[in-house]
Design a protein around this ligand. Structure first.
Ligand code: FMN
Length: 354
């Protein structure tokens, strides 16, 4: 470690991290055990993303990480469904049908998916049977009872928040840290109120708002892609910085070939916050899908996620970057195909002139 490198403090240091960098959880492929291990190798903290996996798969992923490091976390989607009416669902399904026919795929009916809770209870059971150092939550804020259950097995908890009000509620529920996610973040917003617009507040301001509402340690996330931005977030009171998009093209990331290529090829374009893919606001690079469907898509998570999945799966297999969700934060141009540990160490200041 060089003396220009930032060092971990507080909760992150108590977990054994050396640099204040977190490899943010990225469900749907990117967050592999290899990426989590690379984060630990860099001296940071990596997260497995439990979202969309089965409880058995999750147990397997945890076992793989454990063979290489004890320093990691697991992220869960906390249930917080947004209902969609049968009519709104049917209208959106109708709009998607020509694309689905083009790929030769069937689209599901509304009733089959609306109640899916991503196996919340079974995943909690996995995590209480074989406890991990940290569990973080997004989309919803779990009950105090769930937080206490994880504490009872020695697990620290972190909550992703996008507003001071969410920070206050999560603090009341007893979590140990807050991941303060700004509107600039790639992928889904952690907002617990997806019907309300995600406010475009700079991360420094959002950190200040959250710190007035809570005394908990805060980790900053969203659009942070350079060592200078990491330093600014830390100067604004963050204990650590969590990065996602900047790691997607790394060799350890399990993002599909189409997704990695899309980040490189659509890199000159800009990002858009859209419900078109999942019925929940998420930031993606503009492509034909976001242009065609953002204005038509209703809110409705997870029903809309399952509705568009067959198209996205087929497009990914076909390498068609116009019909996939190219999740990307506003800093996506800094995403390069470098080794993940190198990216994290560089963000922590390694190699910077003093
Ligand atoms: C591909 C992708 C998948 C994501 N999946 C999750 C997830 O499963 N859980 C979660 O809490 N956040 C998820 N996020 C958000 C990240 O954890 C993090 O907040 C975000 O990437 C930070 O912004 P940045 O991408 O600009 O670095 C995802 C982000 C991306 C880019």
């Amino acid at each position: 470690m060089t003396d220009t490198q930032l060092t971990a403090t507080g909760l992150l240091a108590s977990l054994g991290a050396e640099i204040p960098l977190v490899a943010a959880p990225m469900a749907g492929g990117p967050s592999t055990p290899a990426l989590v291990v690379a984060a630990a190798d860099a001296g940071g903290l990596g997260f497995l993303a439990a979202g969309y996996t089965s409880p058995d798969e999750l147990a397997g992923l945890i076992a793989q990480v454990r063979r290489r490091t004890g320093l990691f976390g697991v992220n869960l989607f906390a249930p917080n469904p947004t209902a969609v009416s049968a009519n709104a669902y049917a209208r959106y399904r109708e709009a998607l049908l020509p694309l689905a026919r083009g790929y030769g795929v069937e689209l599901p009916q509304w009733q089959t998916s609306e109640r899916d809770d991503d196996s919340w209870d079974a995943k909690l059971a996995v995590l209480t049977r074989a406890p991990v150092p940290v569990v973080s939550f997004t989309f919803g804020i779990p009950s105090a009872e769930v937080v206490a259950r994880l504490h009872a097995v020695g697990t620290l908890t972190a909550q992703s928040v996008t507003t001071a009000a969410e920070a206050a509620l999560a603090t009341e529920r007893g979590v140990d840290a807050l991941v303060v996610q700004s509107y600039a973040a790639g992928g889904h917003s952690a907002t617990t109120t997806p019907a309300e617009p995600v406010a475009e507040i700079a991360i420094e301001q959002l950190l200040a708002d959250v710190r007035r509402a809570s005394d908990l340690p805060v980790w900053a996330a969203g659009g942070i892609v350079t060592p200078e931005q990491v330093r600014l977030a830390i100067a604004a009171g963050a204990e650590a910085v969590a990065v996602g998009t900047v790691l997607v093209r790394s060799p350890e990331s399990g993002a599909s070939a189409a997704y990695k290529r899309a980040l490189a090829e659509l890199g000159e374009g800009d990002t858009v916050l859209t419900t078109a893919f999942s019925g929940r606001p998420a930031r993606a690079l503009r492509n034909a899908f976001t242009e065609g469907f953002t204005s038509l898509a209703p809110l409705g998570y997870p029903a809309i996620h399952f509705l568009t999945s067959p198209i996205r799966r087929a497009a990914t297999q076909a390498g068609d970057i116009d019909a996939i969700n190219v999740w990307a934060g506003t800093g996506h141009r800094e995403a390069r195909p470098d080794p993940a540990a190198q990216i994290l160490r560089r963000l922590a200041g390694e190699g910077l002139a003093r």
